[in-house]
Design a protein around this ligand. Structure first.
Ligand code: FAD
Length: 373
């Protein structure tokens, strides 16, 4: 943290408290946020904080993105800012100057909501199993297939889509990334937000492509066949973001639980006076602290341009496992109240579980680490 990021943190916190927290229950019931929230976030500079100013972003480092991830986790609010940034970084890394100027300023303003479309009904971990095809037809690609579990899908105006551009190839060079502008696009359809066990305010949808035509110029990168390599590279950003959100959520769980066990009495004294409670929370605090030091180190490496794919796998796998261990202990210390919908710790429990699954299932990430040994 620097003076500048602290000032930014204040404005992020104020925005979350004024604009997101009061609406969160309503969005949770409905399954997606208001489009106006995206525009308001854009107006106050919360979108694309680590994208250069010439493309409408905040011009900061990943430290600014980190502030937003932490503040959201601390408030227990789920909103797709980080996915917006992930899409922007695909465009920033592989887009032409014309593509960057076309899409990034509108994303920074919240006019275009971004989504990443990789997972399909029959292929999640195994991206090489991607079946959605994009066949060249003159100056266009024609897309057929479907995607599932796509965060921000309901409002996405821009989808960074993994497609099979060469049906004859089976290896990694068969895949490419295409950017799809979805507004009024014939053949494009979004399913109703899926009913998840947690994170209800954040939409997760199926996307369908039936003969969708997009300009060939929407390909990311200079040629076809680079999609898998581009994804592998950008996963570093996503995995660091998830790891950070995991630590922040674990810290929040511990704070909530400390307050609870100081207040709740059993056998004539606060739960905190029981040695087991103190030992469990001591273990949680220590583990969260180790996680915090690790993630801070990773953020610094990322800012220095030295963050590799193996460390990214470590930070995502270990910190999300740690988050689930900590939250699980915290639920136990709440007793029956920890199982009630309205309790903050119960929501943290259901919201946490998916962290070990998306962004690369933790088992897949252990393979990434293992293959480097
Ligand atoms: C709430 C939510 C939001 C999501 N958001 C997005 C999004 O925005 N965009 C997007 O593209 N996708 C998104 N996903 C999809 C997510 O990335 C996938 O669910 C995830 O990659 C796992 O793929 P899968 O579900 O097909 O599981 P599978 O690939 O079928 O794997 C099932 C399980 O098998 C095990 N496994 C798989 N491969 C291996 C291996 N090599 N070694 C050992 N064990 C293995 C793991 O335990 C894994 O959890 C989201 C999912 C959820 C639930």
């Amino acid at each position: 943290m620097s003076d500048e990021t602290r000032i930014f943190q204040n404005s992020v916190r104020q925005f979350i408290e004024a604009e997101l927290v009061p609406n969160h229950a309503r969005w949770s019931e409905r399954g997606y946020p208001d489009a106006s929230a995206w525009l308001k976030a854009g107006q106050v500079g919360l979108l694309l904080p680590d994208v250069p100013e010439k493309y409408g972003g905040g011009g900061g480092t990943f430290a600014y993105e980190a502030v937003i991830i932490e503040e959201l986790a601390r408030s227990g609010v789920h909103f797709g800012f980080n996915i917006q940034s992930i899409v922007a970084h695909y465009i920033l890394a592989y887009g032409s100057e014309e593509q960057k100027l076309r899409w990034l300023p509108r994303m920074a303003a919240g006019e275009l909501v971004g989504a990443v479309g990789l997972t399909e009904p029959n292929s999640g971990s195994d991206l090489q199993g991607t079946r959605t095809t994009a066949q060249k037809d003159g100056e266009h690609y024609v897309i057929n297939g479907s995607k599932t579990f796509i965060t921000n899908g309901w409002q996405a105006g821009l989808v960074c889509l993994a497609v099979r551009t060469d049906p004859r190839l089976s290896g990694p060079r068969a895949l490419s990334l295409l950017v799809i502008e979805t507004k009024d696009l014939p053949g494009y359809r979004v399913g109703q937000p899926l009913e998840k066990v947690g994170r209800h305010a954040q939409d997760t949808c199926e996307l369908f492509f039936d003969g969708v035509r997009v300009p060939a110029g929407n390909l990311l990168g200079p040629s076809e066949g680079r999609g898998l390599f581009q994804m592998m590279d950008q996963f570093r950003y996503e995995r660091l973001s998830i790891g950070l959100s995991a630590v922040a959520a674990a810290e929040r769980a511990i704070e909530i639980t400390i307050a609870y066990v100081k207040d709740r009495k059993a056998f004539g004294k606060p739960l905190l006076d029981l040695q087991n409670t103190r030992f469990k929370l001591a273990e949680c605090r220590t583990e969260a602290h180790v996680g915090r030091v690790f993630v801070d180190n990773c953020i610094q490496q990322f800012i220095n341009g030295q963050f590799d794919a193996v460390t990214a796998a470590m930070v995502k796998y270990w910190l999300t496992d740690s988050q689930c261990r900590i939250v699980e202990e915290c639920v136990q210390l709440h007793g029956g109240y920890g199982y009630m919908q309205e309790s903050a710790i119960a929501r943290l429990w259901t919201d946490s579980r998916v962290q070990r699954i998306y962004g690369g299932a933790n088992e897949v990430l252990k393979e990434v680490i293992g293959s480097s040994l």
